[in-house]
Design a protein around this ligand. Structure first.
Ligand code: HEM
Length: 561
Protein backbone atom coordinates (compact mmCIF):
# COMPACT_ATOMS: atom_id res chain seq x y z
CA UNK A 1 0.00 0.00 0.00
CA UNK A 2 1.35 3.42 -0.86
CA UNK A 3 2.07 5.59 2.14
CA UNK A 4 -0.67 8.01 1.25
CA UNK A 5 -3.29 5.49 0.38
CA UNK A 6 -6.12 5.88 2.83
CA UNK A 7 -9.29 4.01 3.64
CA UNK A 8 -12.13 4.93 1.34
CA UNK A 9 -14.69 7.62 1.69
CA UNK A 10 -14.61 10.41 4.21
CA UNK A 11 -18.01 11.67 5.32
CA UNK A 12 -17.01 15.22 4.44
CA UNK A 13 -15.83 14.10 1.02
CA UNK A 14 -12.24 13.24 0.23
CA UNK A 15 -9.66 15.35 2.06
CA UNK A 16 -6.64 13.49 0.83
CA UNK A 17 -5.29 16.64 -0.79
CA UNK A 18 -5.14 18.31 2.59
CA UNK A 19 -3.53 15.26 4.11
CA UNK A 20 -0.94 15.03 1.39
CA UNK A 21 -0.05 18.67 1.91
CA UNK A 22 0.06 18.30 5.66
CA UNK A 23 2.67 15.59 6.00
CA UNK A 24 5.51 17.09 3.93
CA UNK A 25 4.92 20.37 5.73
CA UNK A 26 6.08 18.62 8.90
CA UNK A 27 8.81 16.65 7.21
CA UNK A 28 6.90 13.39 7.51
CA UNK A 29 7.87 11.35 4.46
CA UNK A 30 6.70 8.10 2.91
CA UNK A 31 9.08 6.54 5.46
CA UNK A 32 7.41 8.34 8.34
CA UNK A 33 9.90 10.24 10.47
CA UNK A 34 12.81 8.78 8.54
CA UNK A 35 14.03 10.68 5.49
CA UNK A 36 12.55 9.70 2.13
CA UNK A 37 15.92 8.29 1.04
CA UNK A 38 19.06 7.05 2.78
CA UNK A 39 20.88 9.82 4.66
CA UNK A 40 23.99 11.42 3.24
CA UNK A 41 27.09 9.37 4.03
CA UNK A 42 29.65 12.11 3.38
CA UNK A 43 29.68 15.91 3.33
CA UNK A 44 30.56 16.86 -0.26
CA UNK A 45 32.63 19.98 0.45
CA UNK A 46 36.30 19.02 1.08
CA UNK A 47 36.37 21.81 3.68
CA UNK A 48 34.76 19.27 6.03
CA UNK A 49 37.37 16.58 5.37
CA UNK A 50 38.75 16.83 8.96
CA UNK A 51 35.33 15.85 10.31
CA UNK A 52 34.78 13.14 7.73
CA UNK A 53 38.16 11.59 8.29
CA UNK A 54 37.76 11.53 12.09
CA UNK A 55 34.22 10.12 12.09
CA UNK A 56 35.38 7.21 9.90
CA UNK A 57 37.99 6.23 12.50
CA UNK A 58 36.07 7.24 15.63
CA UNK A 59 35.66 3.68 16.93
CA UNK A 60 39.35 2.88 16.61
CA UNK A 61 40.36 6.15 18.31
CA UNK A 62 37.98 5.35 21.15
CA UNK A 63 39.44 1.87 21.32
CA UNK A 64 43.03 3.12 21.62
CA UNK A 65 42.02 5.96 23.94
CA UNK A 66 43.15 8.79 21.66
CA UNK A 67 39.78 10.15 20.64
CA UNK A 68 40.05 13.29 22.78
CA UNK A 69 43.47 14.18 21.36
CA UNK A 70 42.10 13.88 17.85
CA UNK A 71 39.03 15.98 18.62
CA UNK A 72 41.10 18.64 20.40
CA UNK A 73 43.21 19.01 17.27
CA UNK A 74 40.25 19.62 14.97
CA UNK A 75 39.83 23.10 13.52
CA UNK A 76 36.69 25.03 14.50
CA UNK A 77 34.79 24.76 11.23
CA UNK A 78 32.07 27.12 10.03
CA UNK A 79 28.69 25.93 8.80
CA UNK A 80 28.35 28.22 5.80
CA UNK A 81 29.41 25.50 3.38
CA UNK A 82 26.49 23.27 4.32
CA UNK A 83 23.91 23.91 1.63
CA UNK A 84 21.16 21.33 2.04
CA UNK A 85 19.06 19.89 4.85
CA UNK A 86 20.78 16.51 4.30
CA UNK A 87 24.16 18.16 4.80
CA UNK A 88 23.04 19.93 7.96
CA UNK A 89 21.70 16.67 9.38
CA UNK A 90 24.96 14.92 8.65
CA UNK A 91 26.93 17.71 10.34
CA UNK A 92 24.71 17.33 13.43
CA UNK A 93 25.21 13.56 13.41
CA UNK A 94 29.00 13.87 13.15
CA UNK A 95 29.27 16.50 15.87
CA UNK A 96 27.03 14.65 18.32
CA UNK A 97 29.05 11.47 17.81
CA UNK A 98 32.17 13.53 18.53
CA UNK A 99 30.54 15.00 21.64
CA UNK A 100 29.56 11.63 23.13
CA UNK A 101 32.83 10.00 22.03
CA UNK A 102 34.70 12.82 23.77
CA UNK A 103 32.68 12.79 27.00
CA UNK A 104 32.60 9.04 27.52
CA UNK A 105 35.69 7.87 25.62
CA UNK A 106 38.28 7.97 28.38
CA UNK A 107 39.21 6.65 31.79
CA UNK A 108 37.07 9.39 33.36
CA UNK A 109 34.19 11.20 31.73
CA UNK A 110 35.18 14.61 30.36
CA UNK A 111 33.18 17.45 31.90
CA UNK A 112 34.38 20.00 29.34
CA UNK A 113 33.67 19.80 25.61
CA UNK A 114 36.15 21.71 23.46
CA UNK A 115 35.33 24.47 20.90
CA UNK A 116 35.91 22.34 17.75
CA UNK A 117 32.80 20.44 18.83
CA UNK A 118 30.78 22.98 20.78
CA UNK A 119 30.93 25.96 18.43
CA UNK A 120 29.53 24.24 15.32
CA UNK A 121 27.35 21.89 17.38
CA UNK A 122 25.54 24.71 19.16
CA UNK A 123 24.91 26.42 15.82
CA UNK A 124 23.70 23.36 13.95
CA UNK A 125 21.47 22.23 16.81
CA UNK A 126 19.88 25.63 16.87
CA UNK A 127 19.21 25.45 13.12
CA UNK A 128 17.63 21.99 13.34
CA UNK A 129 15.75 22.69 16.57
CA UNK A 130 17.55 19.92 18.44
CA UNK A 131 19.53 19.96 21.68
CA UNK A 132 23.35 19.99 21.33
CA UNK A 133 23.68 16.34 22.26
CA UNK A 134 23.18 12.96 20.59
CA UNK A 135 19.54 12.09 20.08
CA UNK A 136 17.40 9.49 18.34
CA UNK A 137 17.97 11.57 15.18
CA UNK A 138 21.77 11.17 15.42
CA UNK A 139 21.81 7.47 16.25
CA UNK A 140 18.88 6.31 14.18
CA UNK A 141 16.90 8.60 11.90
CA UNK A 142 19.92 10.03 10.05
CA UNK A 143 22.45 7.26 10.61
CA UNK A 144 21.70 4.42 8.23
CA UNK A 145 22.35 2.99 4.84
CA UNK A 146 20.41 0.32 2.99
CA UNK A 147 21.36 -2.37 0.51
CA UNK A 148 17.74 -3.21 -0.25
CA UNK A 149 17.10 -3.09 -4.02
CA UNK A 150 13.95 -1.01 -3.59
CA UNK A 151 15.06 0.86 -0.48
CA UNK A 152 12.60 -0.93 1.78
CA UNK A 153 13.79 0.25 5.18
CA UNK A 154 11.56 -2.19 7.05
CA UNK A 155 14.02 -4.93 6.11
CA UNK A 156 16.42 -4.72 9.04
CA UNK A 157 18.82 -7.23 7.50
CA UNK A 158 19.58 -4.87 4.64
CA UNK A 159 20.23 -1.88 6.91
CA UNK A 160 23.56 -0.78 8.36
CA UNK A 161 24.50 2.06 10.65
CA UNK A 162 26.72 4.68 9.07
CA UNK A 163 28.54 5.26 12.35
CA UNK A 164 29.04 3.58 15.70
CA UNK A 165 31.20 4.15 18.78
CA UNK A 166 32.33 0.57 19.07
CA UNK A 167 32.59 -0.65 15.49
CA UNK A 168 30.51 -3.68 16.50
CA UNK A 169 27.70 -5.27 14.54
CA UNK A 170 25.75 -5.28 17.81
CA UNK A 171 25.70 -1.50 17.95
CA UNK A 172 24.70 -1.17 14.31
CA UNK A 173 21.92 -3.70 14.82
CA UNK A 174 20.71 -1.93 17.95
CA UNK A 175 20.25 1.27 15.94
CA UNK A 176 18.89 -0.45 12.83
CA UNK A 177 16.11 -2.31 14.63
CA UNK A 178 14.69 1.10 15.55
CA UNK A 179 15.10 2.37 11.99
CA UNK A 180 13.15 -0.62 10.65
CA UNK A 181 10.44 -0.06 13.26
CA UNK A 182 10.12 3.58 12.23
CA UNK A 183 9.86 2.50 8.59
CA UNK A 184 7.29 -0.16 9.45
CA UNK A 185 5.12 2.38 11.23
CA UNK A 186 5.25 4.92 8.41
CA UNK A 187 2.28 3.73 6.36
CA UNK A 188 -0.09 3.94 9.31
CA UNK A 189 0.41 7.68 9.85
CA UNK A 190 -1.82 8.97 7.00
CA UNK A 191 -4.29 6.14 7.54
CA UNK A 192 -4.79 7.11 11.15
CA UNK A 193 -5.01 10.81 10.40
CA UNK A 194 -7.65 10.08 7.79
CA UNK A 195 -9.55 7.74 10.10
CA UNK A 196 -9.58 10.27 12.92
CA UNK A 197 -10.49 13.14 10.63
CA UNK A 198 -13.38 11.19 9.17
CA UNK A 199 -14.69 10.38 12.61
CA UNK A 200 -14.36 14.00 13.69
CA UNK A 201 -16.40 15.09 10.74
CA UNK A 202 -19.37 13.31 12.34
CA UNK A 203 -19.22 16.04 14.94
CA UNK A 204 -18.59 18.95 12.64
CA UNK A 205 -20.33 21.11 10.11
CA UNK A 206 -17.48 21.81 7.77
CA UNK A 207 -18.56 24.29 5.11
CA UNK A 208 -17.90 22.80 1.70
CA UNK A 209 -15.04 24.45 -0.12
CA UNK A 210 -12.81 24.62 2.99
CA UNK A 211 -12.02 20.99 2.84
CA UNK A 212 -8.71 21.10 1.07
CA UNK A 213 -7.16 23.64 3.42
CA UNK A 214 -4.46 22.02 5.52
CA UNK A 215 -5.42 24.30 8.42
CA UNK A 216 -8.84 22.79 8.40
CA UNK A 217 -7.54 19.30 8.43
CA UNK A 218 -9.13 18.44 11.74
CA UNK A 219 -11.63 21.16 12.58
CA UNK A 220 -12.87 21.94 16.06
CA UNK A 221 -15.99 19.95 16.97
CA UNK A 222 -19.16 21.73 15.84
CA UNK A 223 -22.84 20.95 16.40
CA UNK A 224 -23.79 17.96 14.25
CA UNK A 225 -25.32 18.76 10.90
CA UNK A 226 -26.98 15.38 10.82
CA UNK A 227 -25.53 13.87 7.68
CA UNK A 228 -27.17 10.92 6.09
CA UNK A 229 -27.28 7.51 7.65
CA UNK A 230 -25.06 6.11 4.89
CA UNK A 231 -22.43 8.73 5.41
CA UNK A 232 -22.39 8.03 9.15
CA UNK A 233 -21.83 4.42 8.49
CA UNK A 234 -19.04 5.11 6.03
CA UNK A 235 -17.30 7.38 8.55
CA UNK A 236 -17.47 4.84 11.32
CA UNK A 237 -16.28 2.09 9.01
CA UNK A 238 -13.35 4.19 7.85
CA UNK A 239 -12.30 4.96 11.43
CA UNK A 240 -12.74 1.32 12.42
CA UNK A 241 -10.61 0.14 9.51
CA UNK A 242 -7.83 2.53 10.45
CA UNK A 243 -7.89 1.23 14.02
CA UNK A 244 -7.83 -2.38 12.87
CA UNK A 245 -4.86 -1.51 10.69
CA UNK A 246 -2.97 0.10 13.55
CA UNK A 247 -3.16 -3.14 15.53
CA UNK A 248 -1.75 -5.03 12.55
CA UNK A 249 0.96 -2.43 12.10
CA UNK A 250 1.99 -2.44 15.78
CA UNK A 251 2.17 -6.25 15.69
CA UNK A 252 4.58 -5.97 12.74
CA UNK A 253 6.63 -3.42 14.68
CA UNK A 254 6.70 -5.90 17.55
CA UNK A 255 8.06 -8.63 15.25
CA UNK A 256 10.92 -6.34 14.34
CA UNK A 257 11.53 -5.55 18.01
CA UNK A 258 11.76 -9.30 18.64
CA UNK A 259 14.73 -9.42 16.28
CA UNK A 260 16.89 -7.34 18.63
CA UNK A 261 18.27 -10.54 20.16
CA UNK A 262 19.43 -11.87 16.80
CA UNK A 263 22.52 -9.70 16.49
CA UNK A 264 22.78 -7.52 19.59
CA UNK A 265 24.31 -9.27 22.54
CA UNK A 266 22.99 -7.96 25.91
CA UNK A 267 26.42 -7.83 27.54
CA UNK A 268 27.98 -6.04 24.60
CA UNK A 269 25.09 -3.62 24.71
CA UNK A 270 25.25 -3.03 28.43
CA UNK A 271 29.00 -2.81 28.88
CA UNK A 272 30.21 -1.32 25.62
CA UNK A 273 27.42 0.40 23.73
CA UNK A 274 25.14 1.89 26.34
CA UNK A 275 27.86 3.97 28.01
CA UNK A 276 28.16 6.09 24.88
CA UNK A 277 24.43 6.76 24.69
CA UNK A 278 24.43 8.44 28.10
CA UNK A 279 23.75 12.13 28.44
CA UNK A 280 24.97 14.68 30.94
CA UNK A 281 21.81 14.88 33.04
CA UNK A 282 21.56 13.03 36.38
CA UNK A 283 25.14 11.92 35.89
CA UNK A 284 26.59 12.93 39.24
CA UNK A 285 27.36 9.29 40.06
CA UNK A 286 29.33 9.02 36.84
CA UNK A 287 31.43 12.05 37.72
CA UNK A 288 29.43 14.84 36.07
CA UNK A 289 27.71 16.58 39.00
CA UNK A 290 27.22 19.80 37.03
CA UNK A 291 26.75 18.21 33.64
CA UNK A 292 29.17 19.14 30.86
CA UNK A 293 30.71 22.57 30.25
CA UNK A 294 30.39 23.57 26.59
CA UNK A 295 33.56 25.59 26.14
CA UNK A 296 33.05 28.08 23.32
CA UNK A 297 36.55 29.52 23.42
CA UNK A 298 38.15 32.54 25.08
CA UNK A 299 35.93 35.45 26.06
CA UNK A 300 36.43 38.86 24.44
CA UNK A 301 38.87 39.92 27.17
CA UNK A 302 40.69 36.62 26.72
CA UNK A 303 40.92 35.85 30.43
CA UNK A 304 37.91 33.60 30.90
CA UNK A 305 36.19 31.01 28.77
CA UNK A 306 32.82 31.56 27.12
CA UNK A 307 30.33 28.77 27.66
CA UNK A 308 28.06 27.11 30.17
CA UNK A 309 27.36 23.83 31.91
CA UNK A 310 24.57 21.89 30.28
CA UNK A 311 22.60 18.90 31.56
CA UNK A 312 20.97 17.01 28.73
CA UNK A 313 19.35 13.62 28.39
CA UNK A 314 21.11 10.87 26.51
CA UNK A 315 20.08 9.54 23.12
CA UNK A 316 17.13 7.19 23.53
CA UNK A 317 14.48 5.40 21.54
CA UNK A 318 12.13 7.14 23.95
CA UNK A 319 12.63 10.11 21.61
CA UNK A 320 10.90 8.30 18.74
CA UNK A 321 8.23 10.54 17.24
CA UNK A 322 6.43 7.51 15.84
CA UNK A 323 5.62 6.01 19.23
CA UNK A 324 4.50 9.39 20.53
CA UNK A 325 2.36 9.88 17.44
CA UNK A 326 0.63 6.56 18.15
CA UNK A 327 0.03 7.68 21.73
CA UNK A 328 -1.39 11.02 20.67
CA UNK A 329 -3.61 9.69 17.92
CA UNK A 330 -5.04 7.02 20.19
CA UNK A 331 -5.42 9.45 23.09
CA UNK A 332 -2.90 7.89 25.48
CA UNK A 333 -1.78 10.33 28.15
CA UNK A 334 1.50 9.97 30.02
CA UNK A 335 2.20 11.70 33.27
CA UNK A 336 5.43 10.25 34.64
CA UNK A 337 8.38 12.58 34.70
CA UNK A 338 10.53 9.44 34.81
CA UNK A 339 12.89 11.25 37.11
CA UNK A 340 14.95 9.35 39.57
CA UNK A 341 16.11 12.53 41.26
CA UNK A 342 12.90 14.48 41.64
CA UNK A 343 14.21 17.57 43.38
CA UNK A 344 17.04 18.43 41.03
CA UNK A 345 14.94 17.77 37.97
CA UNK A 346 11.97 19.62 39.31
CA UNK A 347 13.90 22.83 39.81
CA UNK A 348 15.10 22.55 36.25
CA UNK A 349 11.74 21.80 34.71
CA UNK A 350 9.16 23.69 36.70
CA UNK A 351 8.54 26.84 38.58
CA UNK A 352 7.35 26.84 42.20
CA UNK A 353 3.70 26.13 41.46
CA UNK A 354 3.92 24.41 38.09
CA UNK A 355 3.34 20.76 37.34
CA UNK A 356 6.38 18.61 36.56
CA UNK A 357 6.91 18.09 32.84
CA UNK A 358 6.28 14.47 31.85
CA UNK A 359 9.09 12.47 30.24
CA UNK A 360 7.14 12.16 27.00
CA UNK A 361 6.52 15.90 26.85
CA UNK A 362 10.11 16.73 27.73
CA UNK A 363 11.68 14.47 25.13
CA UNK A 364 9.76 16.20 22.38
CA UNK A 365 12.45 18.85 22.61
CA UNK A 366 14.88 16.07 21.61
CA UNK A 367 13.04 15.51 18.32
CA UNK A 368 13.74 17.41 15.10
CA UNK A 369 11.79 20.68 15.18
CA UNK A 370 9.28 19.87 12.45
CA UNK A 371 8.50 16.44 13.93
CA UNK A 372 7.87 18.07 17.28
CA UNK A 373 5.61 20.62 15.57
CA UNK A 374 3.75 17.78 13.85
CA UNK A 375 2.99 16.12 17.17
CA UNK A 376 1.87 19.46 18.61
CA UNK A 377 -0.36 19.99 15.58
CA UNK A 378 -2.02 16.61 15.94
CA UNK A 379 -2.50 17.27 19.65
CA UNK A 380 -4.04 20.65 18.99
CA UNK A 381 -6.37 19.54 16.20
CA UNK A 382 -6.94 15.91 17.08
CA UNK A 383 -9.70 16.34 19.65
CA UNK A 384 -7.98 14.06 22.18
CA UNK A 385 -7.27 11.39 19.58
CA UNK A 386 -9.56 8.44 18.90
CA UNK A 387 -10.29 8.15 22.59
CA UNK A 388 -11.55 11.72 22.82
CA UNK A 389 -13.43 11.69 19.53
CA UNK A 390 -15.11 8.31 20.05
CA UNK A 391 -16.23 9.50 23.46
CA UNK A 392 -17.61 12.69 21.91
CA UNK A 393 -19.41 10.70 19.22
CA UNK A 394 -20.96 8.52 21.90
CA UNK A 395 -22.04 11.58 23.87
CA UNK A 396 -22.90 14.19 21.27
CA UNK A 397 -22.72 12.54 17.87
CA UNK A 398 -25.70 12.10 15.59
CA UNK A 399 -28.32 9.80 17.01
CA UNK A 400 -27.41 6.35 15.79
CA UNK A 401 -29.19 4.20 18.27
CA UNK A 402 -32.30 3.98 16.10
CA UNK A 403 -30.55 1.77 13.58
CA UNK A 404 -29.26 -1.64 14.43
CA UNK A 405 -26.53 -1.57 11.76
CA UNK A 406 -25.09 1.65 13.10
CA UNK A 407 -25.12 0.44 16.67
CA UNK A 408 -23.19 -2.59 15.49
CA UNK A 409 -20.82 -0.27 13.61
CA UNK A 410 -20.17 1.70 16.77
CA UNK A 411 -19.56 -1.47 18.74
CA UNK A 412 -17.00 -2.54 16.13
CA UNK A 413 -15.36 0.86 16.36
CA UNK A 414 -15.07 0.67 20.13
CA UNK A 415 -13.75 -2.88 19.93
CA UNK A 416 -11.15 -1.89 17.34
CA UNK A 417 -10.08 1.03 19.51
CA UNK A 418 -9.63 -1.13 22.60
CA UNK A 419 -7.70 -3.71 20.59
CA UNK A 420 -5.43 -0.96 19.29
CA UNK A 421 -4.58 0.30 22.79
CA UNK A 422 -3.89 -3.27 23.85
CA UNK A 423 -1.61 -3.76 20.86
CA UNK A 424 0.40 -0.68 21.83
CA UNK A 425 0.55 -1.84 25.46
CA UNK A 426 1.70 -5.24 24.24
CA UNK A 427 4.48 -3.54 22.25
CA UNK A 428 5.49 -1.78 25.47
CA UNK A 429 5.42 -5.13 27.27
CA UNK A 430 7.84 -6.55 24.71
CA UNK A 431 9.99 -3.48 25.22
CA UNK A 432 9.98 -4.05 28.98
CA UNK A 433 11.23 -7.58 28.40
CA UNK A 434 13.99 -6.19 26.23
CA UNK A 435 15.00 -3.69 28.89
CA UNK A 436 15.04 -6.51 31.41
CA UNK A 437 17.33 -8.58 29.27
CA UNK A 438 19.60 -5.76 28.12
CA UNK A 439 19.81 -3.63 31.25
CA UNK A 440 18.27 -5.12 34.40
CA UNK A 441 19.90 -8.54 34.25
CA UNK A 442 23.42 -7.36 33.30
CA UNK A 443 23.26 -4.60 35.91
CA UNK A 444 22.13 -7.04 38.59
CA UNK A 445 24.97 -9.39 37.73
CA UNK A 446 27.37 -6.50 37.89
CA UNK A 447 26.03 -5.09 41.15
CA UNK A 448 26.47 -8.48 42.79
CA UNK A 449 30.06 -8.67 41.63
CA UNK A 450 30.62 -5.10 42.81
CA UNK A 451 29.25 -5.89 46.26
CA UNK A 452 31.40 -9.00 46.55
CA UNK A 453 34.38 -6.91 45.52
CA UNK A 454 33.57 -4.44 48.29
CA UNK A 455 32.50 -1.50 46.14
CA UNK A 456 29.69 0.77 47.14
CA UNK A 457 27.03 2.03 44.74
CA UNK A 458 28.85 5.17 43.72
CA UNK A 459 32.21 3.46 43.36
CA UNK A 460 30.66 1.00 40.92
CA UNK A 461 31.29 3.62 38.26
CA UNK A 462 34.88 2.50 38.08
CA UNK A 463 34.22 -1.20 38.07
CA UNK A 464 34.86 -3.69 35.34
CA UNK A 465 35.64 -1.57 32.30
CA UNK A 466 34.81 -3.62 29.26
CA UNK A 467 35.95 -3.16 25.71
CA UNK A 468 38.43 -0.39 25.19
CA UNK A 469 41.29 -0.38 27.60
CA UNK A 470 41.09 2.00 30.51
CA UNK A 471 37.59 3.14 29.71
CA UNK A 472 35.30 3.71 32.62
CA UNK A 473 32.38 1.38 32.67
CA UNK A 474 29.74 3.99 32.28
CA UNK A 475 27.00 1.45 31.90
CA UNK A 476 27.42 1.03 35.61
CA UNK A 477 27.52 4.73 36.21
CA UNK A 478 24.49 5.52 34.15
CA UNK A 479 22.52 2.71 35.68
CA UNK A 480 23.66 3.63 39.18
CA UNK A 481 21.38 2.31 41.81
CA UNK A 482 19.64 5.32 43.17
CA UNK A 483 20.59 4.34 46.66
CA UNK A 484 20.33 6.85 49.46
CA UNK A 485 23.61 7.82 51.05
CA UNK A 486 22.96 5.62 54.07
CA UNK A 487 21.94 2.52 52.12
CA UNK A 488 24.35 -0.29 52.82
CA UNK A 489 25.52 -3.10 50.63
CA UNK A 490 22.91 -5.44 52.01
CA UNK A 491 20.19 -3.13 50.76
CA UNK A 492 21.71 -3.20 47.37
CA UNK A 493 21.77 -6.97 47.26
CA UNK A 494 18.15 -6.92 48.33
CA UNK A 495 17.41 -4.45 45.56
CA UNK A 496 19.06 -6.71 43.03
CA UNK A 497 16.69 -9.42 44.21
CA UNK A 498 13.74 -7.08 43.88
CA UNK A 499 14.81 -6.19 40.40
CA UNK A 500 14.76 -9.88 39.62
CA UNK A 501 11.24 -10.04 41.05
CA UNK A 502 10.30 -7.18 38.76
CA UNK A 503 11.73 -9.14 35.88
CA UNK A 504 9.37 -12.00 36.62
CA UNK A 505 6.52 -9.55 36.73
CA UNK A 506 7.52 -8.01 33.45
CA UNK A 507 7.88 -11.21 31.54
CA UNK A 508 4.73 -12.86 32.77
CA UNK A 509 2.38 -9.93 33.07
CA UNK A 510 -0.59 -10.08 30.83
CA UNK A 511 -2.27 -7.01 29.39
CA UNK A 512 -5.67 -7.86 30.85
CA UNK A 513 -4.25 -8.29 34.33
CA UNK A 514 -2.24 -5.18 34.02
CA UNK A 515 -5.27 -3.26 32.82
CA UNK A 516 -7.03 -4.12 36.03
CA UNK A 517 -4.14 -2.86 38.09
CA UNK A 518 -3.51 0.19 35.96
CA UNK A 519 -5.40 2.58 38.16
CA UNK A 520 -3.79 1.37 41.35
CA UNK A 521 -0.33 1.48 39.86
CA UNK A 522 -0.78 4.94 38.41
CA UNK A 523 0.68 7.63 40.58
CA UNK A 524 2.00 5.16 43.12
CA UNK A 525 5.37 6.14 44.44
CA UNK A 526 8.17 3.64 44.26
CA UNK A 527 10.38 3.98 47.28
CA UNK A 528 12.90 1.39 46.21
CA UNK A 529 16.18 2.45 44.74
CA UNK A 530 15.88 2.04 41.00
CA UNK A 531 17.97 1.65 37.93
CA UNK A 532 18.01 4.64 35.68
CA UNK A 533 17.62 4.78 31.90
CA UNK A 534 19.97 6.55 29.51
CA UNK A 535 17.97 9.70 29.99
CA UNK A 536 18.13 9.38 33.76
CA UNK A 537 14.72 7.78 34.21
CA UNK A 538 13.80 5.52 37.13
CA UNK A 539 13.51 2.67 34.78
CA UNK A 540 11.05 -0.08 35.60
CA UNK A 541 8.36 1.96 37.36
CA UNK A 542 8.49 4.48 34.54
CA UNK A 543 8.22 1.92 31.73
CA UNK A 544 5.45 0.03 33.49
CA UNK A 545 3.55 3.22 34.08
CA UNK A 546 3.87 4.10 30.38
CA UNK A 547 2.44 0.69 29.50
CA UNK A 548 -0.35 0.91 32.04
CA UNK A 549 -1.31 4.40 30.86
CA UNK A 550 -1.64 2.92 27.37
CA UNK A 551 -4.10 0.32 28.62
CA UNK A 552 -5.96 2.92 30.62
CA UNK A 553 -6.66 4.88 27.43
CA UNK A 554 -8.73 1.93 26.20
CA UNK A 555 -11.15 2.59 29.02
CA UNK A 556 -13.56 4.96 27.30
CA UNK A 557 -15.84 5.13 30.31
CA UNK A 558 -13.43 7.47 32.10
CA UNK A 559 -14.10 10.01 29.36
CA UNK A 560 -17.81 9.52 28.86
CA UNK A 561 -19.03 9.30 32.44
C1 HEM B 1 17.97 -3.25 23.57
C2 HEM B 1 17.01 -2.44 23.21
C3 HEM B 1 16.44 -1.32 24.06
C4 HEM B 1 16.76 -0.94 25.31
C5 HEM B 1 17.77 -1.53 26.24
C6 HEM B 1 15.92 0.21 25.62
C7 HEM B 1 15.97 0.92 26.79
C8 HEM B 1 15.15 1.96 27.12
C9 HEM B 1 15.26 2.75 28.30
C10 HEM B 1 16.35 2.62 29.32
C11 HEM B 1 14.25 3.63 28.30
C12 HEM B 1 13.95 4.67 29.38
C13 HEM B 1 13.99 6.07 28.83
C14 HEM B 1 15.37 6.65 28.75
O1 HEM B 1 16.25 6.27 29.51
O2 HEM B 1 15.57 7.51 27.88
C15 HEM B 1 13.49 3.41 27.11
C16 HEM B 1 12.38 4.12 26.76
C17 HEM B 1 11.73 3.93 25.60
N1 HEM B 1 12.08 3.09 24.57
FE1 HEM B 1 13.55 1.74 24.59
N2 HEM B 1 15.10 0.45 24.57
C18 HEM B 1 15.39 -0.44 23.59
C19 HEM B 1 14.84 -0.51 22.35
C20 HEM B 1 13.79 0.26 21.93
C21 HEM B 1 13.24 0.23 20.62
C22 HEM B 1 13.75 -0.61 19.46
C23 HEM B 1 12.21 1.09 20.62
C24 HEM B 1 11.34 1.36 19.42
C25 HEM B 1 10.92 2.49 19.05
C26 HEM B 1 12.11 1.68 21.95
C27 HEM B 1 11.19 2.61 22.36
C28 HEM B 1 11.18 3.24 23.58
C29 HEM B 1 10.18 4.21 23.99
C30 HEM B 1 9.01 4.68 23.15
C31 HEM B 1 10.53 4.63 25.26
C32 HEM B 1 9.79 5.66 26.14
C33 HEM B 1 8.92 4.94 27.12
C34 HEM B 1 7.58 4.59 26.52
O3 HEM B 1 6.99 5.42 25.82
O4 HEM B 1 7.13 3.46 26.75
N3 HEM B 1 13.10 1.15 22.70
N4 HEM B 1 14.06 2.38 26.41
Amino acid sequence: MSPYEVPPQSIAGTRQTALQALLPRFDVTGNGFLPDRVPLSRLPDPYYAPWESLIQSLASHIQDNTVRDHINKLPVLALDRLHTEDERRRAYLILTFFAHGYIWGGAEPADVLPPPVTVPLLQISDILGLPPTATFASFNLWNFTSSHPSADFTDVDSLDALHTFTGTQDESWFYMVSVAIEAQGAYIIPILLQGLDTLQSLLSTTPSGDESSPDDFIPEPQPPKDPTWKAHQAAILCATKSLVEISTCIAKMGHILDKMHAKCDPHTFYHRIRPFLAGSKNMAAAGLPLGVFYDEGPSAEGQTRKGQYRQLRGGSNGQSSLIQFLDIILGVEHSSSGNSQPESDMTELKGPSEKTTSFHQEVRSYMPRRHREFLEYVMEHGGGGFRGVISQVLLHGPNMTSDGDETAGLADLIRAFKTATKALAEFRNKHLQLVTRYIIIPSRQQSQVAVVAGHNGQAMAGYGGAGAKGIVNLATASTSLMANGDKNQKDRIRHAGEAEGEVGDVTTVDCEESHNTARTRKGSSHQNPELTGTGGTALLPFLKQSRDETLLAGDLMTVTD
